[in-house]
Design a protein around this ligand. Structure first.
Ligand SMILES: [Zn+2]
Length: 191
């Protein structure tokens, strides 16, 4: 259901949700993407994910992150969100990438557009991750090939995790023992 919207300049009803121009007074009403930041936090090659305890996407796994404050740099927002959601102080590295998405599939957040900036980050070697149960239902560390489902924000989070996976060094495969070929073997000395 669309929310009733009125022009902030003249009070006339708007013909559509923003971005739209008021037909009564010609005022422009913008719709800007909201800047968000998140962190791909790793420890010993495993990725830190949190299961959301609230809507949207309640119960789904998410990268720790959230909305940036009005003058908060995305790097600071990413570190703050990790601290709030997991109690870990992380070291941020470079940017993994940026993605545009809708905030919510339905309801009041459905017309909110997000521009999310994701950073690589390293967790301290020790220290248990724990969060506010009202915010985070569960916290886990996952190897690149065993990421959980379902994922929150399906419009962009799978692409974020694909990019993260592609950025990781290939895990050593213990089962793959290459037999030395006969040609590579040194010839025995003949006596
Ligand atoms: Zn107006």
């Amino acid at each position: 259901m669309a929310l009733a919207r009125f022009c902030s300049e003249c009070g006339a009803p708007l013909p559509a949700p923003p971005p739209v121009t008021c037909q009564a007074c010609d005022a422009s009403h913008w719709l800007d993407a909201k800047p968000c930041a998140g962190a791909l936090v790793t420890r010993a090659g495993k990725l830190l994910l949190v299961r959301r305890a609230h809507e949207p996407w309640r119960g789904a796994w998410d990268v720790p992150g959230g909305f940036c404050g009005p003058r908060e740099h995305p790097r600071e927002a990413a570190a703050r969100e990790v601290r709030e959601e997991t109690a870990l102080e992380v070291e941020l590295d470079g940017i993994l990438g940026m993605w545009i998405d809708s905030y919510a599939p339905l309801g009041p957040g459905a017309d909110k557009v997000t521009l999310s900036i994701y950073f690589h980050a390293r967790a301290p070697a020790t220290g248990e991750a724990h969060g506010d149960p009202n915010d985070v239902a569960e916290i886990g560390w996952f190897a690149a090939d065993e990421l959980p489902e379902p994922l929150a924000f399906p419009g962009h989070l799978p692409a974020v995790l694909d990019a993260w996976r592609a950025s990781q060094p290939e895990a050593p495969r213990a089962a793959l023992v290459r037999p030395r070929s006969a040609a590579a073997r040194k010839p025995e000395p003949i006596v």
